[in-house]
Every structure is written in C-alpha cells, then in structure tokens.
Write a new protein. Structure first.
Lengths: 259, 351
C-alpha cells in the first residue's frame, strides 16, 4: 500500500507568507490525484513539499504510512517530472535516464548490465530507443518531455509527481501526451500526484481532484462529483463556470449542425 | 548674393590652401610613414571639401540663381552617396584602430630581429636571431620563466579553489551578510593596486613571505578573487535551479549535485576564470617588483624590466624576451577560444 497522507501540513516562508495552510489530504494507493488551482494557490508548493524540495513548516507528510518530513528527496521513493523537463544538458539521453540508477546507494544499487537493460526497457516503453545517444538539445519538445517522464519512471517510484508537465507543449502534442500519461499510470499502477491549472487536464486525467485556492483546500473528490456539487463559490467559478463556458463555446461553433 | 559668393570662395580658398600647404610641408619635411599618414589626413578632407563646393548646385546657389531650399533639394541627391561614404569612413576608423594595436607589435618585432640594441632605423633592414638565441640560452631567463609559471599556475589553482565554492554559495544560498559581502568584494576591486602595495609589503614581511613564490601566489589569488567570484556567481546563476532539484530527486547529495551537474555545466566559465587568473598573475609587475627583490626570485615581467637599467639598455634582448613571454598567452587564448566565447556569452545552458 503506497498511499500519501498530508496531515495538517503548513508551509510558511521566511517573510511570513503562508503558501499552504493546514492541508489535510489523502491519496489512495494507485490513485491519480490532480492538484488544481490558479497560479499562486499553493499546489506547486504542496507537490514540492511531498518531493522534499521544500521544508514542511508544520504538520506531517507520510508515504505508505511512514513519515517522510525529514527524508532527503532521493530517499522518498519518488519520481518527479518538472515543468521545464530539467534534463541534464551535458549527458546523453541514455545517461540522463540512467543517472538516478547510478546514484542509488547500498543494496539498491543496480549493476551496469541491469542499468543498461532498464534504460532499454524504459526507452522502449516511451519510444525513445533511437534517441539514446543524442543530447537533450537535439530532441524536440515532445521527446524531451518523454525523456523527463522516463527519468522519473526508471527508478520504479512508489509515487510519481508531475508539475505542469504538459504546459510547454503545443496543443496537439499535449493531447497525445495526456492520453499517454493516463495509460502509463494505469499500466504501471503507481500512485500519482499531478499539478495543473488546466481544468480540462484535471477532469480528463484524475481519479480524484483536489481544488486549492489561497493555500487552502477547497474541495476534494471525483471530477464529476466536484463538477456537479461544487462546495463553494470559488470551485463553482474556477471549475464549473469555466467548463460550462468551454461547452458553450464549442456548441456555439458547432451548434448549427446539431440543431 | 555677394555674401554667398564670398562664403563659397572663402571656403574653396582655404581648402585649396590646406592642400597646397600639406603637399609643400610633405616635400620639405622628412619622409617617414608617419608624415605620409599625416599628409593624407590633411589633403583628403580638404580635397573632399573642394570637390563638394565645386558642384554646379553650389555654384548656382552662390550666384543667387538657386534659393537655399532649392540647393538643399539638389544636394539631397548626394544622400545616395551617403551610405557608401559612411561605410568608407567606418573602415577608415577601424583601420586606424587596428593600426594602433598592430603597429607596436610590428615595432617590437623589428627591434627583436634587428642586430644591436638600436630602437630606430629602417624596418627589418637586417634580420638576426641573436637576441632570441641569447635569451633562450640565458640561465636567468629560464629561472624567471620557472618563477612565473609557478606563480601563475599556483595563483590559478588557489584562486579557483577559493572562487568556485564562494561563487556557488553566493549564487545559491541565502545567508546573513550575503549582500554586504558581495558589495565588499566590489569595493576591494575599486581600489588601485598602489594603495595596498605598502600594507601588503608589511604583511608579507611579517609573514616571512618576501622573496617567495607563495607570497606572490597568495597576493595574486586574493586580488583576483573578487572578479573571479563575481564571474562565477554570474554563471552559476544561469544554471536552472530545476536541474539541481532533478538531481536531488535522482538521489544526489548537495555536494554531488555540485560536482556532477553544476560544475560540468559551468566548465566554460571556470575556464574563462582560470585564464583570467593566469593572465593576471603572468602579467603582474608592481607586486612582483616590490616583494621579490632577489634576482633568482624575479618573475618574467620584473626580469624583463631589469634588462633595461641605468647600466645598459638591452632593447634587442628585451624585445625578443617580450615576444617569448607573450607566446604562452597567445597559445592559451587560441586553445581556450571556444570556451571563452561560450563562457562570455553565458546563459546558453538552457534546453
């Protein structure tokens, strides 16, 4: 069971600004959770605290029932996809993928043969086999995105974190990658936390969504439940009204054919 | 209309006088290349003025057959020439800038290759390798070279060992006194070296580091440090933080992040900084002259200067040695050229 629990988690910066206030949230084993909210709502901070890139001011974060507040990022069994991909520019794609495995310590440390096999397997899964010798600079945006995904997945993480991974792609590619991310999740079955400000991404990807605003959790539930029963005005405005508007726009464009 | 006519004729006359005067001065004066250059500079602009003033448009304007506005319209056609003239003048200016750089080099080459120790004479009248031979076989030249190499390499290594961690810390960590410290670095940079010369001398004397290579290494590293730290900090700033975070997620410690990600990405900047420290130490004169007074501890610049003394001006040897001393610098620049361009156009890390 790899569930993730936020227990009264607060993040306060040195200047007194509270990015996240008393967050209580549970992500079930194998669940796809989307953190949704406008920019500055604390969703990225939440993700970064879970990753270990930000200290937790107050409260407790647990992965699989074990408190991880004081574990370094590399020891939490987490893979993360960054918005800018953050591929290592001075390494080949193969080395980018293998870097995390090479950094593993103690009995987890795989042999070089093992690493080569797993790089091949991951590249195969993401359609990167012919790019392994290239540098990140030589790849297209979509390919870089897949490398970033592969680098997070190759360690077989218990929890996969994604921070607006599709925001740098064009619309067509974004659509393809969205489907791919969901199918990878279903295939590999790891717990996934996904941050976005895009309502459509949230509705199509999530098992459950958590809507945040001003560092406070507004609503937590299955996408259609949240849409049908918004808990407050913010959710109604940010999610429901926005989706209705898009539906109205689409109907306005194609309405003539239907009526 | 007499005023216009007078103006035109006066200008024409003075331009013509300038041309005549220059040519006359050239004929009676000495015929060095400097004089030819000077003549060209007075004849060419004056000639241009005459050519411009003798156009029909100006002639008609001066006799009153053309209004001022009309003349301006007529002359506007010269605007078509304007771009070519501009381009020509730009090249003239650039050629002069180049000459400023190249001529001293040609001169010192001449002195180094001419027999005897004269500074004047015709260009490369007689060519000899005697000065080079004398320097390359002189024992003291090699002792100075050894001292210079020790001091410069030592300065580079010590300087980098201090500047890299400092630059990284200033770039990435927030700590008490960070901004004042950065400013203090700049402040030190603003003082001319002469001001710290005497205090430095006293410190070196107290430490017993006069006439040692280590004394100079220490002094050079410290004086080069502010600029090195600022340069490296500037480059580290351009390494995206997300890269470091990705490495943390991949299981690196903070130290490993630095060694495996940040430093390899910053190699161009490190190379530039290293080159800078090396050159600063290689060329430095004042501190070396003051601290290391025994001849066996001279660095090359001090040694070269000692060739020109009240007892004998060995200009030929001096010129030959100067060229030999510049050689490593030239080689270093050629080797590091790629890094220099990359390092100076920092920020090309992304993607």
């Amino acid at each position: 069971m790899v569930n993730v629990t936020f227990n009264g988690v607060t993040k306060r910066y040195d200047d007194g600004f509270e990015a996240v206030q008393g967050l209580n949230l549970e992500v079930n084993d194998g669940e796809f959770l989307v953190l949704l909210g406008p920019s500055g709502c604390g969703k990225s901070t939440t993700l970064r605290m879970l990753a270990g890139l930000e200290d937790v001011t107050k409260g407790e974060i647990a992965i699989g029932g074990a408190r991880v507040n004081d574990l370094p990022p590399g020891a939490r069994g987490i893979g993360m996809v960054f918005q800018s991909y953050a591929l290592y520019p001075h390494m080949s794609i193969a080395d980018n993928l293998a870097f995390g495995l090479r950094m593993a310590k103690g009995e987890d440390k795989p042999t070089e043969d093992d690493i080569r096999w797993r790089v091949g397997e991951t590249a195969d899964m993401l359609g990167l086999t012919s790019e392994l010798e290239k540098r990140p600079k030589q790849l297209s945006g979509g390919q870089r995105q897949r490398v970033a995904l592969g680098r997070a997945l190759i360690k077989r993480p218990k929890v996969l974190l994604m921070d607006e991974p599709l925001s740098n792609l064009d619309a067509e590619l974004r659509h393809q990658m969205r489907a791919r991310i969901r199918s990878l999740h279903d295939e590999l079955g790891m717990t996934t936390v996904y941050v976005t400000h895009d309502q459509i991404e949230a509705m199509t990807l999530a098992d459950r969504i958590a809507v945040l605003d001003g560092g406070v959790l507004q609503q937590h539930g299955a996408p259609m439940d949240v849409y049908r029963n918004p808990a407050n005005d913010f959710v109604r405005g940010f999610l429901c009204a926005h989706l209705d508007e898009m539906v109205a726009t689409a109907n306005g464009l194609f309405g003539g054919d239907e009526e | 209309m007499a005023g216009r006519r007078g103006l035109r004729d006066g200008l024409l006359l003075s331009a013509g006088a300038t041309v005549l005067l220059s040519v006359w001065a050239h004929m009676v004066g000495p015929d060095l290349w400097v004089d030819r250059w000077f003549t060209l500079w007075s004849v060419a602009p004056a000639g241009l003025v005459m050519w411009n003033l003798s156009t029909p448009v100006v002639a008609h304007w001066s006799t009153g057959r053309l209004s001022t506005a009309g003349a301006e319209v007529g002359l506007a056609r010269n605007g078509q020439l304007r771009r070519r003239v501009d381009g020509f003048l730009r090249h003239v200016a650039l050629v002069h800038a180049c000459a400023l750089v190249v001529l001293p080099l040609l001169w010192i080459l001449d002195v180094a290759l001419s027999p005897g120790n004269a500074l004047g004479g015709g260009y490369l009248d007689a060519v000899t390798g005697e000065h080079f031979q004398k320097m390359l076989t002189s024992e003291s030249f090699w002792i100075w070279t050894r001292n210079s190499v020790i001091v410069s390499v030592g300065t580079t290594l010590l300087g980098l060992a201090l500047a890299i961690p400092a630059g990284y810390a200033f770039s990435r960590f927030k700590f008490r006194g960070r901004d004042p410290a950065m400013f203090a670095f700049l402040l030190v940079q603003m003082f001319p070296g002469v001001i710290i010369l005497v205090p430095y001398f006293l410190v070196m004397k107290a430490l017993g580091l006069l006439n040692t290579s280590f004394g100079l290494i220490l002094a050079y590293s410290v004086t080069a440090l502010p600029l090195c730290v600022w340069m490296l900090k500037g480059f580290f700033d351009t390494v995206p933080r997300e890269l470091e975070e990705a490495a943390l997620m991949d299981g690196c410690s903070q130290t490993q992040v630095f060694w495996k990600i940040v430093l390899p990405l910053s190699l161009p900047a490190v190379a530039v900084t290293a080159l800078f420290s090396f050159l600063a130490a290689w060329n430095e004169f004042l501190l070396a002259l003051t601290f290391n007074t025994s001849e066996s501890m001279y660095t090359l610049p001090v040694g070269l200067a000692s060739l020109i003394s009240s007892t004998g001006q060995a200009w030929g040897d001096f010129a030959a040695a100067s060229l030999l001393v510049s050689l490593p610098v030239v080689v270093l620049f050629i080797v590091f050229q790629r890094f220099l361009i990359e390092g100076l156009s920092a920020g090309g890390v992304k993607g």
